[in-house]
Write a new protein. Structure first.
Length: 177
C-alpha cells in the first residue's frame, strides 16, 4: 500500500467512524476532526482548520463540507471524495435502519425516551465544537473578547448571527483581530 492509499484508507476509516458519532450533524464531531487533522495526523495547522470551518460555514450547502475541504487539503480530489463519502455513507445507512426500527415501534415509549436522551448529548457535542473553534481562532485577547461578545449577543438577542459574522469580518479585514 503506497502513501496515497494509506492516507485515503486512514481518512475513510477516521471519517467513517466519526460519521456514526455525529449526533446533531457533522459539526458535532469538530473536536474529534480537529484532534485527528491537527494534533494526531498533522495534516494542517490550527489556523488552516479554522479557515476551512469558516469556508464551510459560509458556503451554501450542508455543514459536512468541512470534511470535503479537509480531504481535499490532504489528498486532492480523491481525498475530498473519500472523506465526504466516509462521513456521509455510514451514518446514512445507520439512519435508514434506525428509521425503519422507529417506524415499526411507533407505539412504544422507548423511541421518544431515546430521542430525548440524545438532545443533551448533541448540545454537549456542539458546545465542545464551539470551544475548539474558539481556541483555534482566538489568537489575541481582542479576538477572544469578540468571540465572547458574539456568543452573548447570540444568546441574549434576536440579532441575526450573520450580522455578527459581518462585524467580525470587517474587524478582521481592518486588522483589529
Amino acid at each position: 500500500m503506497n502513501s496515497q492509499e494509506n492516507v485515503l484508507f486512514t481518512m475513510a476509516w477516521t471519517f467513517g467512524l466519526m460519521s456514526l458519532l455525529a449526533i446533531g450533524g457533522a459539526n458535532s464531531t469538530l473536536p474529534e476532526m480537529h484532534r485527528v487533522a491537527v494534533e494526531v495526523r498533522h495534516w494542517m495547522s490550527d489556523a488552516q482548520f479554522a479557515d476551512m470551518f469558516a469556508i464551510a460555514q459560509l458556503s451554501p450547502g450542508p455543514n459536512v463540507l468541512i470534511v470535503t475541504l479537509i480531504g481535499y487539503h490532504v489528498a486532492g480530489i480523491a481525498g475530498a471524495l473519500v472523506a465526504t463519502f466516509a462521513m456521509c455513507g455510514p451514518s446514512a445507512v445507520f439512519a435508514y435502519f434506525v428509521s425503519n426500527t422507529l417506524r415499526q415501534s411507533s407505539g412504544l415509549s422507548w423511541p421518544s425516551i431515546l430521542q430525548a436522551a440524545l438532545v443533551p448529548v448533541s448540545i454537549g457535542l456542539m458546545c465542545a465544537s464551539g470551544l475548539i473553534l474558539a481556541l483555534t481562532s482566538d489568537r489575541t485577547w481582542i479576538a477572544a473578547l469578540l468571540t465572547i461578545g458574539a456568543a452573548a449577543a447570540a444568546l441574549m438577542t434576536r440579532f441575526n448571527p450573520l450580522w455578527m459574522l459581518v462585524v467580525g469580518g470587517v474587524l478582521g479585514f481592518a486588522g483589529i483581530v
